[in-house]
Design a protein around this ligand. Sequence first.
Ligand code: AMP
Ligand code: MG
Length: 412
Amino acid sequence: MRVFQAKKLDEAISLALAQVEPVAETEEILSTGAYGRILAQAIVCPEDIPGFARSAMDGYAVRAQDICGASHEDPVTLKVIGSVEIGQDPRALSRVAEGEAMEVPTGGPIPPGADAVVMLEETERQSSDTVRIFSAGVAGTHVLAADSDFQRGERVFRAGHRLRAVDLGALLAMGVLSVNVYRRVRVGILSTGDELVEAERTTRPGQIRQINSHILRSLLEAQGAHGFADGIVPDDRKKLEAAVQQAVSEHDMVLLSGGSSVGSRDWTLDVLRKLGEVFIHGLQIKPGKPTIFAVIEKKPVVGLPGNPVSCAIVFEKFVRPVLARRSGLKVLLPSHRLASAHLTQTVRSVIGREDFVAVRLRLDDERGILYAEPVLGHSNNISTLARADGVLSVPADLEEIPQGAQVWVELL
Ligand code: AMP
Ligand code: MG
């Protein structure tokens, strides 16, 4: 009898993470192509950005002391000495002296001498060279300082941060044109099962199309890793052993689907035990219980259940953190967007096991309420997830979530 001591998900993740190191190699790449990549260096801002003071409003650049006490009842009249064009070099602008103002557009540089901007709405042009000011201000009013975006020497990103679209914008705004990132993690994918045939082939009764490697490869790509589908391995101990050895030698990490349970044709556990060290066999989750975590030649190897729904859920809940550590990522945030919804019917679970339930979202337009409706159907079938908009969790310490309760749904 083989041991099957299922672990709580969070304990299993900590246990696994303690065994995983980031890939050692890093590469210098252009910031413009760094979307989704993980920084291997901290980014320190090389210069003040924007580097010159600029106006936050359309209005007049003035000396704050000149408009002290200005109001609608008691306006101040200033002499207009010209106007600033957006994009102009502030060093070429004439100086705003006592009693003077210069027209300035939003984003335009603040001319020397001026230290505040009065917005257009608080002024009235009287003639080509005089303007009345109806509001007071202090130095800095409606002015974006030269270092208002980023300060020289400021640490903007830590090593281990995954670059988002806005982060690329920040890098380029600072003139940081290239970055050192971890190389993408290469993950080998093996599908096991005598009943499987590649989806392109014709099937006869008794056979099913192999889909897990395609699901896993897409999920890996979404995490910035490269997945390599290394084919279908029959339920044969020797062949599986050879295939795992080969995959481990070629990749940074290996995922196997199928054969991870304790059936007579399930060889994954035996093979992983033989080739390396098995740390986890079994997670206290549903679906996804028959999951194995092993380390072979310092590389993480995960045996996922063959059931495609379990396989996808185990990837998201267990593989993703392991992959993140291997990729060099320091902070793991939920990868999916969350929707808050009201449950249309009670979902039941058992204490001590975390359940993941596929739900469809339905918006009640009139009342503006979002409902989460559990998708009926066998949890083994991929159609259950294909018909769903997201997944909700029934935590291990709850027996049920009652109808009407507000739940967070992770969108698929
Ligand atoms: P196993 O974990 O090997 O017992 O497989 C559980 C169920 O998932 C079985 O019904 C398998 O036929 C099915 N299955 C296993 N691997 C795949 C795969 N790669 N694609 C589709 N279904 C699979
Ligand atoms: Mg199988």
